[in-house]
Write a protein that binds this ligand. Structure first.
Ligand code: PLP
Length: 432
């Protein structure tokens, strides 16, 4: 870089520590390059759902509604809190995914959402900034998406504390998390916890009884505890054994010390990755009055205003129009079911293909949800080297490696593999 130092301390830190050539985007561009050179190359890098023709799965109802918007609804500023019709509709859309017995309680204990520009990433960043100081510990799972580190630890420099979400056999466990919560509590420290289910990269979600163990712990917590819930892939669940909706309703109303920040958005919920629209909803540990709810909501809006300002207007208007029209809403839900079924079929096919296979290098975790399958590397091979090997063999994957957490594995985004290519993809993966 130029010899004149224009950078802030944080700028220097980010320049040195954020590595865009190691993450999903970089492996995606490597794969796209190889795909241009090699006929029949399979790109399973990017977490955007594609149909079986290899095109982005777009929700037609949403696309049509966007196309029909007038100029003022697209180009005009949106309210920094979000367009009222949108935030109301989004909240209903969220509550509808919870089992009916949790809906009223969730409504009572939650703020209406606030929009965040920059998608879910924007929401995570605002949550990190408003609720954590550098000296606060944020407990993060060993299996996590690399931008968690970029946002919380490299940019915001919150203190990183790892918990093992996935054991060596590839099963989900909250034992380590519960132990670490208890240690922080004993030290009388504020607790931060980041949850992401269905999990990226592992494709794992918890069962109700696993969540109950977390509930029991949180009920007793005596220090301020702030949970950031990254619900990017909520609802995409392929096994009856695990929760098919957000864990949010199980975290609220437990204890006044616990605040839950639900961050979600359009990117995966409605396959609208480029619209960059996220939302934040706060859930309290006990009932609070409307005034307090509004104060918290206003705080989030202040965070949004000072960080990225208001969000794109067009997608909000389009979504609100659809939600207020019974026929269109029904059609949108139908398209969502189509996407869920498409992903489930691919998931079941992969499970069938790997059922009786053993491999000396890789071992699948117990993935059951989301857009990805994930394989732990059993020997000393580094995931990056395995990723390169697979690229050579015409399969694009994303390697995950984290020295601190011991994460070393390979992710296959079946959301973007055509059904006809699944067997070939698995054959290549198991040829290493
Ligand atoms: C777990 C998780 N959270 C958040 C995001 C990013 O969402 P957005 O594109 O809305 O910022 C991703 C994207 O891959 C993700 O996997």
């Amino acid at each position: 870089m130029n010899k004149v130092n224009y950078l802030s301390e944080k700028g220097i830190f980010i320049e040195k520590n954020v590595n865009l050539s190691a993450g999903t985007l970089a492996w995606g561009s490597k794969a796209r390059q190889r795909a241009k050179e090699v006929k029949g190359f399979i790109d399973a890098t990017i977490g955007s759902a594609k149909n079986d023709e290899g095109k982005l799965f777009a929700f037609k109802t949403f696309e049509e509604e966007l196309k029909g918007l007038s100029a003022d609804k697209i180009f005009g500023y949106a309210n920094v809190r979000g367009q009222k019709r949108f935030t109301r509709a989004w909240m209903e859309d969220t509550l509808e995914t919870f089992p009916s017995e949790h809906r009223e309680k969730s409504r009572l204990l939650s703020t209406e959402p606030i929009t965040t520009c920059g998608g879910i990433t924007g929401g995570l960043t605002i949550a990190g900034q408003l609720f954590f100081d550098k000296t606060d510990n944020l407990l993060v799972p060993n299996s996590r998406w690399s931008n968690v580190d970029n946002c919380f630890f490299k940019n915001q420099q919150i203190t990183e504390l790892n918990y093992n979400l996935i054991d060596k056999e590839g099963n989900l466990s909250f034992d380590d998390l519960i132990e670490k919560i208890k240690i922080l509590e004993k030290e009388n420290k504020k607790i931060g916890i980041y949850f992401n289910f269905p999990n990226n990269p592992s494709g794992i979600s918890p069962t109700l009884s696993q969540i109950k163990a977390i509930q029991e712990t949180l009920k007793e917590v005596k220090v301020p505890t702030v949970i950031i819930l990254d619900d990017a892939y909520e609802g995409y669940v392929h096994s009856d054994e695990v929760l098919d909706h957000s864990i949010y309703p199980y975290l609220i109303g437990l204890n006044e010390n616990v605040l839950t920040i639900k961050v979600d958005g359009m990117s995966k919920r409605y396959s609208a990755y480029g619209v960059r629209l996220g939302t934040i909803m706060l859930g309290f540990g006990k009932e609070v009055d409307e005034e307090e709810k509004e104060d918290y909501r206003e705080l989030i809006a202040k965070g949004a205003r000072t960080l990225t300002s208001s969000s794109p207007r067009g997608p909000q208007e389009a979504f609100a129009n659809i939600s207020e029209d019974k026929k269109k809403k029904k059609q949108l839900k139908k398209e969502k079911e189509e996407l869920k079924n498409l992903l489930k079929e691919r998931y079941l096919e992969i499970k069938r293909l790997i059922k009786d296979r053993e491999n000396k290098t890789i071992h699948p975790v117990d993935f059951n949800s989301g857009f990805f399958g994930y394989w732990i590397i059993k020997n000393n091979l580094l995931s990056f080297d395995l990723g390169e090997k697979l690229l050579e063999k015409s399969l694009g994957t994303v390697p995950f490696y984290n020295k601190t957490s011991g994460l070393n594995g390979i992710r296959l985004a079946f959301c973007s593999i055509k059904r006809d290519d699944l067997e070939k993809a698995i054959d290549i993966l198991y040829s290493v």
